[in-house]
Design a binder for this molecule. Structure first.
Ligand code: V0V
Length: 186
């Protein structure tokens, strides 16, 4: 299978869009009503294998990490609980705790290099929400289950994420315009 990440693939050739915003009773595909009268009803069994456990973090692209950490501390009272550099991903990042810190975190992502995913995002969209990450127990199993549904995963095999986690991503064009990250904690 081809790796479709920006560093190794050809994103400009990625034209398939599996996202199906119409989930009315007559809709087909993975978000369809599956014969149930209530279009919001989706059989849990159709998601066996993906098994998202919770929202892990929300990633925000920022041009300057220190400035952003200061902004969130001074204005929203969020505290930085972790920082690291991920050279492979081309980012410096900070994890911010919300409230008692047991829930989803805010991840600030600053670019290390001009050709990184975050630098490209900032150049195209400016600072803002870049990704939504879900915790999974087994990133390979979740990735395989999503591939089986026809969604494109960016990496053939998981890569290293925050704090030794293992990560993969669903291409935003297959996920309703949202870059979805899968995180298997260390
Ligand atoms: C691009 N697009 C996005 C997007 N990035 N849409 C929503 N959210 C995003 N973050 C859209 C873009 O506007 C285009 O839409 C289309 O996708 C194709 O764009 P592209 O030119 O191929 O974009 P690239 O070259 O910037 O690549 C996009 C991908 C790249 C998603 C392939 O950003 C990538 O490889 N991301 C995964 C790695 C990553 O994000 N690392 C940084 C975080 P139109 O114009 O065609 O409509 S590292 C991390 O999260 C860690 C370490 C962790 O959590 O542990």
């Amino acid at each position: 299978m081809t790796d479709v990440s920006s560093s190794n693939g050809s994103p400009e050739n990625l034209t398939v869009n599996h996202f199906q915003p119409d989930i009315g009773p007559e809709a087909s595909g993975p978000l369809a009503g599956a014969g149930n009268e209530d279009p919001r009803h989706v059989e849990n069994s159709s998601f066996s294998g993906v098994e998202l456990l919770r929202i892990d973090h929300v990633g925000i692209a920022v041009p300057d990490l220190e400035e952003a950490i200061r902004f969130y501390a001074e204005n929203l009272g969020l505290r930085c609980v972790h920082q690291e550099t991920n050279d492979e991903q081309g980012v410096r990042e900070a994890m911010l705790a919300v409230g008692d810190g047991t829930g989803p975190k805010l991840q600030l992502l600053a670019p290390l290099r001009p050709d990184s995913a975050i630098a490209k995002f900032l150049g195209r969209s400016g600072p803002g929400l870049q990704q939504l990450a879900y915790t999974v127990a087994d990133v390979e199993k979740a990735s395989d289950a999503l591939r089986a549904k026809g969604l494109r995963l960016l990496y053939d095999t998981p890569r290293r994420g925050t704090a030794g986690s293992r990560i993969n991503f669903v291409h935003p064009k297959d996920a309703g315009g949202v870059l979805v990250e899968l995180v298997e904690p260390a």
